[in-house]
Design a protein around this ligand. Structure first.
Ligand code: UD1
Length: 416
C-alpha cells in the first residue's frame, strides 16, 4: 500500500497545468451512450473514477478506452442495461448512468447506491425526475429497476439543485419525445460542459448555467469530439497549496471565472491574485488572515469540494475562520486528521471553527475521502517536518499525478 511522504515548509515556485474536470468527464461518458456510434472525449484525466466509468461502458457492451488523455467510445452496441453492485461500489457517481441507460435501452437496473464517506447519498431527486419523464421505478433486492418504453418530455422541478439529478434528467430528456423544462436545475460549470457535448450530438438544449434548462429530444448524431473543461477543484487545490506555503505560483489551463469564490476567499486571506485569460497567478507573501465565514452552497456559491482544502490553507491564518457545510452531512472527517498536525479546529454539527496556529508539525495521517485527502496534502506542505498520508485511493479518484505536479513546483513530496 503506498503512502505520500511530504517534507513540508518548502516554498513553491513556477507554473502548473490543470487537467480535465472529473465531474465533467463522468456525465459526458454516460452521455456517450446516447450517441450510438463513435465519440472521442479529450482532456480526460487518468483517474480511478474515469477508469470505473470506462469499465461500466465496456460492461454495457460498448467499447471504451482511455489512451493518452482521450477516451474513445463506440456505443453502437448496447447489450446490457444493468450496472452490478461491484461497479456501483467502485464509483458512487455511477448513478449518473441511470438516465442514459434508460433512455437508450428502455430499462436500467442499478444496485442501490449506499452511503459513502460523506454521509448518506440518496437518489430520490433523480428517481422523481425520471418518473416525471414517464419511467416506472421499482426497488427489488437492493436494486433500482427503471423501465420506460417511451420517455416523454415534460416539466421537471427539482426539489434541490442536485448536480447529478440535473445531469440524469438532461440525459434522459435528450432521447425523450418532446420538450423537457428542468426548473431549479444545478448551475455548475460541469452542467454547461454536458450541454456542449449534448449539442455536439445534435440535441437541442439550452439554459445550462441558469436554473432553467430546456431540452428538446432529438435524433442523435454520432462521431463527435469534445474537449472537457479544466478541473476547477484541482486548480483550487494548487492555489490553496500556494497560499499555505507562502509561494508564487501560476496555475494554467483553467477557466478563472469557474473558481471566483475561491480566488475571492484567498484574496481576503491576504494573497495577491491576478487573473489571466486561462491562468491564475497567486502570490502569498505575508501572514495569512482569517476570513468571513465560508459557507458551502450550490454553484455559484462556495463549492463544498474546496471546503477542506481552503480549511487547510486557513490553519495558520491569523484569527478564527468559520466553515459552514451546507451540502453534505458528513464532510468534516478530515478535521480529526488535520488536528494531528496541530490544527485548532472545533466542530459542531455543520459548523467548523478554525483558529490559526503559529505552526503545524508533520504526523502520520489517513485520507478520509477525496477532498479531505487533498486537504491533508495542502496542510502537510505547510507543516514543519515529515507527514505521511495513507489511504491514497481516495486522492487517486480525483487527482491525476498530484505529487508530480507539486514536485515540479519544488515541493518535497514522493509516493512510496
Ligand atoms: C456532485 C459532484 C460532487 C460534489 C457535489 C456537490 C460529481 C460526479 N460529483 O455530486 O463532487 O461534491 O456534486 O457539488 O459531479 N441529494 C438528495 N437526493 C438526491 C440527490 C442529492 O438528497 O436524489 C443531496 C445529496 O445527499 C447532497 C446534496 O443533495 O447532500 C447535493 O448532492 P448532488 O448535487 O446531487 O451531488 P452529486 O451529483 O452526487
Amino acid at each position: 500500500m503506498s503512502i505520500l511522504k511530504i517534507n513540508g515548509g518548502r516554498e513553491l515556485l513556477g507554473s502548473v497545468a490543470v487537467h480535465g474536470a472529473k465531474n465533467a468527464v463522468l456525465p459526458i461518458l454516460a452521455a456517450s451512450l446516447l450517441a450510438g456510434g463513435e465519440t472521442a472525449i479529450r482532456n480526460c484525466p487518468n483517474l480511478s473514477d474515469v477508469g470505473a466509468a470506462v469499465k461500466i461502458l465496456n460492461h454495457l457492451g460498448c467499447t471504451a478506452k482511455l489512451d493518452s488523455g482521450t477516451v474513445n467510445v463506440n456505443s453502437q452496441s448496447l447489450t446490457r442495461t444493468d450496472i452490478p453492485h461491484d461497479l456501483m461500489r467502485e464509483m458512487r457517481s455511477s448513478v449518473i448512468f441511470l438516465g442514459a441507460v434508460l433512455a437508450r435501452g428502455g430499462e436500467a437496473t442499478l444496485s442501490m447506491p449506499g452511503g459513502c464517506e460523506l454521509g448518506p447519498r440518496p437518489v430520490d431527486i433523480h428517481l422523481k425526475a425520471l418518473s416525471d419523464l414517464g419511467a416506472e421505478i421499482t426497488e427489488e433486492g437492493g436494486n433500482i429497476i427503471c423501465t420506460a418504453a417511451h420517455l416523454r418530455g415534460t416539466r421537471v422541478n427539482l426539489s434541490f439543485p442536485s448536480v447529478g439529478a440535473t445531469e440524469n434528467t438532461m440525459l434522459a430528456a435528450s432521447l425523450a419525445d418532446g420538450t423537457t423544462i428542468i426548473t431549479n436545475a444545478a448551475r455548475e460549470p460541469e452542467i454547461w460542459d454536458l450541454q456542449c457535448y449534448l449539442r455536439a450530438l445534435g440535441v437541442s438544449v439550452h439554459g445550462a448555467g441558469t436554473p432553467t434548462i430546456t431540452i428538446v429530444g432529438t435524433k442523435i448524431r454520432a462521431d463527435v469530439e469534445h474537449r472537457v473543461i479544466p478541473d476547477r477543484i484541482v486548480a483550487s487545490t494548487f492555489l490553496a497549496a500556494a497560499a499555505v506555503t507562502r509561494s508564487d505560483v501560476e496555475v494554467t489551463d483553467v477557466i478563472p471565472s469557474h473558481l471566483s469564490t475561491v480566488t475571492d476567499a484567498l484574496s481576503e486571506m491576504g494573497c495577491l491574485i491576478e487573473l489571466g485569460g486561462d491562468s491564475i497567478h497567486i502570490k502569498s507573501t505575508g501572514q495569512l488572515r482569517a476570513i468571513r465565514p465560508v459557507i458551502t452552497e450550490p454553484y455559484p456559491g462556495f463549492p463544498t469540494d474546496v471546503q477542506p482544502q481552503l480549511m487547510a490553507a486557513a490553519l495558520k491564518a491569523d484569527g478564527t475562520t468559520v466553515f459552514v457545510e451546507n451540502i453534505f452531512e458528513n464532510r468534516f472527517r478530515h478535521t480529526e486528521e488535520l488536528r494531528r498536525l496541530g490544527a485548532d479546529i472545533k466542530v459542531e454539527g455543520r459548523v467548523a471553527m478554525v483558529t490559526g496556529v503559529p505552526r503545524l508539525t508533520g504526523a502520520q495521517v489517513t485520507s478520509t475521502d477525496l477532498r479531505g485527502g487533498a486537504a491533508l496534502v495542502v496542510a502537510a506542505l505547510g507543516a514543519e517536518g515529515t507527514t505521511e498520508i495513507s489511504a491514497l485511493s481516495h486522492i487517486d479518484r480525483g487527482y491525476d499525478g498530484l505529487e508530480n505536479s507539486l514536485a515540479s513546483l519544488g515541493a518535497d513530496i514522493i509516493r512510496v
